[in-house]
Structures are given as structure tokens and as C-alpha cells.
Write a protein of this length. Structure first.
Lengths: 307, 301
């Protein structure tokens, strides 16, 4: 069917043809929406007269007005601070636990490793909404076993769904849901450490702790950097967990996280222009923070290599 | 991304490296690691154990008996849940299966063909195309979801099955994984031999390369299935007709109503239990012949 003359052309054109579906989808569902969001963020609606009839509502150029409004919006700033505090708890605790569990799985003579590995990974298969719902019930005094035990012991029963404890309650949901997946990523790269390296460490008389600190952790640094990178991105976009807890407590406002405020402005208040500007700001902050971290991590690795 | 290059010789799931030579102290257990892992497992299983038991309780038992004491209302709870608004719960389950199943299938197909092209061919713009596709990973879903909604509204597609399915078909992580698997599993000589035999490029891909990529593509499918099944933001934004809701959104609306009427608590709890069974079962079954490590791009040589 394919003639000898057509073949070189086929080989040359084939990759572009193969990449066509991905390219079309990228343009339709990534590039176009991003462009549209940026366009919206630079516009506002102008209402003529009573705003009735065709042409009464016009989209006009707003310059950076939406951005300056968003950056001086106290609600958005407060939400950003809340998420920053939340992230400072979630990311170190989650990745610390993931690293510890991965190292323990990799330790010698450990028992029940396949079972515990699967159990710790299990929350990955549970939707964030359902995870928040399960923990939400465990935080409710009426049905929670913790409150039952605290009550029996005559200890004070803190309200987990308010004030400072609310941060811990929300952080716990994220840590519970994310530790397993990160553990698998780190464990996979631990397994790639050659057997000779392990043997050499043993011959030098290094104990398990020393081997972990001096050899294993430095060798899996790239996967730690990667998990950090993705954790920062995920944390800044927290949305479904606080949204799910909202029906259970009055302390989670509709603008608890910046994303929740974007949602409210777009769909409840109906100001898509302000929402677009806020979304663009969140995206830029996410990219700056995550890439800033990557650069810092890379330059440190290079310095250490140079030493 | 190159730091994530193909990792070779990852041992099969469940084997512990370093013990292969059978150390003399066979009976000894590493106590600290084993106990730490058991504590971790306990922490991760606790909410699941709670929901399993809570789902067996009737509405009255839920508030009156000790949490970890099984109740007597399990079958009644399931009946109540199935009767709630003419069985809309099972409709949500079916919708989730459709979104996740069809979505993951389409996504795997696009990832396979893109990953293969990026791994096998040398062509102008290859790295540029790859990097641009990867940049999609970094885009916060919300900056996409709102304009996606507005654009869908212009095309009169909001509140449809397509509005939840289509935006998730292109998965940058899926393309990335498929590229790694194709590079590791499809030898260049095989493709070359296919060309010698006069087979066209598409035919080589479908008949020769695709079967070799299957184990990796199973991973892409699973990853994407979980991603779509667990997705909340996109259906939350796109859908208003609750007949089209996936299970996550359905449970959320049930909880919203239930917070005012504690009688609905048992429905929410039973619904939550039934909602996690499919994915948990999927992982329990599949891990017998599939390694979790594949999810992070590990490739066995």
C-alpha cells in the first residue's frame, strides 16, 4: 500500500499527525481558556442607561484596574494568608511522613511491608470530598470516637472546627490524603539505589540511621524536590476540602481560600472580570513560588556537587 | 523533567531489597520500622474503619452508641439511600463510572499516541511541543475551569456530559508517563524492522508498539481514572442538573442538605462508604499483577 516514494514523507509527517489530537485538545482546553482569562481580567462591563436591550452592556478595556482591586482586597489577602499558614503545616508534615515511611519500607528485615505500604497508599484512592467528609464526621463531637474517649477520661474537648484547631483539622485531611502517593514516589527512587552502594555503606560500618541520613536521603533528593514542587502547587489550590467542611461549621467562610473566593466572585457575585484577575494572580503566584523553589533546589545541588 | 528519567531495575512489588541473600538472623524483625509503618497504616485506615462501622448504624444508634460498635441498620441504610429521590444515588455512581471510565480511556489513547510520537521520532519542535504540553501540569485548574465554563457556555455545552469529559482528556502527566514507557518498551530496531517490511507508521504503532506499551498504559488509565473519579471542581462549576452529577458532587449536595437535618447523616455516611468501595477494590485487585511504583514512572528493565 505504501509506495517507496511516499515512505520518507510518511515518516517525516507521522509524529505531527500523531500529536494532532493532543495539540487540538491543548489549544481548546488549555491555551484558549488561559488567553480568555487574561483577556477578561483586563476588561470590565459598562452598563448604559438601565442596562436593558441589546448593546446596553458593553465590555470595555479596564487596564490593570481588576488587578489593583484584587491585590488590595482584604478578603483575598486574608485568604492567601490562611492558605500560607495551612501550607506551612501541610507540606513539611506530609513530605516528612512520606520520607520516613519510604525509608522504613526500604529498611532491612521490616515486616508486613506490603500490607502497610498498601494501607498508607489507600487514601489516594479516596476522593478529597469524601476524605473531608469522613474526617468532618470524626471532628463532630456528636459522632466522633475522639470526643467519646476524651469525655470518658474527663478531659477538655476542644472544638476542632473553629479558630486555630480548624487549620490543624484541614491540614490533617490533606496530610492523610497525600502522604501515600508521595511515599510511593520516594520509595521508587530509593529502590533505584544500587546494591553496591548499600553494601559499601555496610562494610564501612554505617548503621541504618547513618545510611539513611548520609546516603539514601541525598540520593533521593531529586524525587524530594519533585514532590515538594507538586505539593506546593496542590496546596495553593486547596478548594474541595474546605468547601466540603463548610456545611459542618460556620468558621469556614465562602472566601476561606483564594480559590473559593474566585469561585464565589465568578458564580455567586457574578463578577467574572474580577474573578479572572484573581485567578491569573493565583496562577502567577503558584508558578513563581514553585519555580523559585525548583531554582533554589537546583542551585543548592550544584553547589554541593562543586564542593 | 530529565531528572525523572527512566529508572531501571526497580525490584518487583513487595520484595524488600537487601534481604535477598538470606541474612543469618532470619527471625529478627526490625522493630522500629515495622512499628512506625503499622502506626502509619492505622492512621490511614482509621477513617475508613470508622465509615464501615458507622454505615451499619441506624440514625438513632449513630448518636447514642460508641463509635466503633457495629449497629443494626446497614441493610435499612442501603434501602433508604437507594430510595432517596428515586435512586438518584445510583445514577451518580453510574455517572462517575462513565466520566472516569470513558474519560480515562480517551485520555489513555491520546497519551499513548502522543507519548509514542515523542519517544520514537526525532523531529523539529519535539522538545518544544513536549515542554508546552507539560506546562499544562502547572496550570491551576481554576484558571482553566472558569474560562472553560464561559467558553463552554458560548458553545452551549455547559451542563452536559461533554463539559465534564472533554477538558480532562488531555492529561500532561499521562503524556509524560506514556513517553517514558514508550521509550523503555519499544526498541527502535523493531520500528525500523516494521518499516523494512513496508508497514505504514500508523500500522507499526497499532500492531507492534501498542501491545508493547500495554503495561505502562494500564498505569496511565488508572492514574487518569482516579483523577477523574476524584475530581470535584470541574463538575461543580460545569453542572447544575443533578441527574448528571458524579458521585463526589452528589455526596457534597447530600451533605449540604444533611447538615440541617441530622436524619440525612446516615444517608451521607452510607453513601460515602459505597463511594469509596469501587476504587479501593480496584486497587486491591490490580496490585496483584501491577506495581504501585509504576505510578511514579518507574520502568522495569
Amino acid at each position: 500500500m505504501t509506495t517507496a516514494r511516499r515512505k520518507p514523507y510518511g515518516v517525516k509527517g507521522a509524529p505531527y499527525g500523531f500529536l494532532l489530537p493532543a495539540t487540538i485538545l491543548f489549544v481548546l482546553f488549555f491555551a484558549l481558556p488561559i488567553g480568555y482569562a487574561i483577556w477578561l481580567s483586563l476588561h470590565k462591563v459598562q452598563v448604559k442607561g438601565l442596562g436593558l436591550g441589546a448593546g446596553a452592556r458593553n465590555e470595555v478595556w479596564a487596564g490593570l484596574r481588576n488587578y489593583t482591586d484584587a491585590l488590595t482586597d482584604s478578603e483575598l489577602v486574608a485568604g492567601a494568608l490562611r492558605v500560607a499558614g495551612y501550607g506551612l503545616i501541610v507540606v513539611p508534615v506530609m513530605l516528612g511522613l512520606a520520607l520516613v515511611f519510604a525509608l522504613m519500607l526500604d529498611a532491612e528485615k521490616v515486616r508486613l511491608a506490603p500490607f502497610t505500604r498498601l494501607a498508607i497508599f489507600l487514601p489516594y484512592a479516596i476522593p478529597g470530598v469524601v476524605a473531608a467528609l469522613l474526617w468532618g464526621f470524626l471532628y463532630l463531637p456528636d459522632v466522633s470516637p475522639f470526643y467519646f474517649i476524651l469525655g470518658k477520661l474527663g478531659l477538655p474537648q476542644p472544638n476542632l472546627l473553629d479558630g486555630g484547631p480548624l487549620f490543624l483539622a484541614l491540614s490533617n485531611i490533606a496530610v492523610w490524603g497525600g502522604t501515600g502517593f508521595n511515599m510511593i514516589v520516594i520509595y521508587t527512587s530509593l529502590q533505584a539505589i544500587p546494591a553496591e552502594v548499600r553494601e559499601a555503606a555496610k562494610l564501612d560500618g554505617a548503621g541504618p540511621l547513618q545510611t539513611a541520613l548520609r546516603i539514601k536521603i541525598p540520593m533521593v533528593a531529586p524525587s524530594l524536590v519533585l514532590t515538594f514542587f507538586f505539593s506546593i502547587i496542590a496546596t495553593l489550590q486547596v478548594f474541595s476540602e474546605p468547601t466540603t467542611l463548610k456545611p459542618l461549621t460556620n468558621s469556614v467562610s465562602t472566601t476561606w481560600s483564594p480559590l473559593m473566593k474566585v469561585y464565589r466572585d465568578a458564580f455567586n457575585t457574578g463578577d467574572i472580570y474580577a474573578a479572572a484577575a484573581e485567578a491569573v494572580i493565583i496562577a502567577v503566584v503558584t508558578l513563581v513560588l514553585s519555580f523559585g523553589f525548583l531554582r533554589a533546589a537546583n542551585s543548592r545541588t550544584k553547589q554541593e556537587e562543586a564542593r | 523533567m530529565s531528572s525523572l528519567a527512566v529508572r531501571k531495575a526497580a525490584p518487583a512489588a513487595g520484595t524488600t531489597p537487601g534481604t535477598a541473600q538470606g541474612p543469618p538472623l532470619r527471625g529478627r524483625i526490625a522493630l522500629v520500622p515495622t512499628l512506625t509503618l503499622l502506626l502509619g497504616a492505622l492512621y490511614c485506615l482509621l477513617p475508613v474503619a470508622w465509615v464501615v462501622i458507622a454505615a451499619t448504624k441506624s440514625g438513632r444508634e449513630l448518636f447514642s452508641t460508641f463509635t466503633f460498635l457495629p449497629g443494626t441498620g446497614f441493610t435499612q441504610n442501603i434501602k433508604d439511600l437507594s430510595a432517596y429521590r428515586d435512586g438518584i444515588y445510583w445514577k451518580w455512581m453510574g455517572n462517575s463510572a462513565l466520566y472516569a471510565g470513558l474519560g480515562a480511556l480517551l485520555s489513555t489513547a491520546v497519551s499513548a499516541v502522543s507519548g509514542y510520537a515523542l519517544a520514537i521520532y526525532r523531529f523539529r519542535g519535539r522538545e518544544t511541543i513536549f515542554n508546552v504540553l507539560m506546562a499544562g501540569v502547572l496550570m491551576p485548574p481554576v484558571i482553566l475551569a472558569i474560562p472553560q465554563y464561559l467558553l463552554m457556555a458560548k458553545a452551549d455545552l455547559t451542563d452536559s456530559y461533554a463539559s465534564v469529559l472533554l477538558p480532562l482528556v488531555l492529561s500532561p502527566y499521562g503524556v509524560y508517563l506514556a513517553r517514558i514507557y514508550a521509550a523503555a518498551a519499544v526498541p527502535g530496531d523493531v520500528v525500523e524492522a516494521g518499516r523494512m517490511d513496508g508497514a505504514g507508521e500508523w500500522r507499526i504503532f497499532t500492531r507492534v508498539a501498542l501491545p508493547m506499551m500495554v503495561p505502562g498504559l494500564v498505569t496511565v488509565f488508572l492514574f487518569q481514572f482516579v483523577a477523574v473519579w476524584n475530581n470535584f471542581l470541574l463538575p461543580y462549576i460545569m453542572l447544575s442538573d443533578d441527574e448528571k452529577f458524579p458521585i463526589t458532587l452528589g455526596l457534597f449536595t447530600l451533605l449540604e442538605q444533611g447538615s440541617n437535618t441530622p436524619a440525612l447523616y446516615t444517608l451521607v455516611i452510607t453513601g460515602a462508604l459505597l463511594a469509596i468501595i469501587p476504587l479501593v477494590a480496584l486497587f486491591l485487585v490490580i496490585q496483584r499483577f501491577w506495581s504501585l511504583d509504576l505510578l511514579s514512572g518507574a520502568v522495569k528493565s
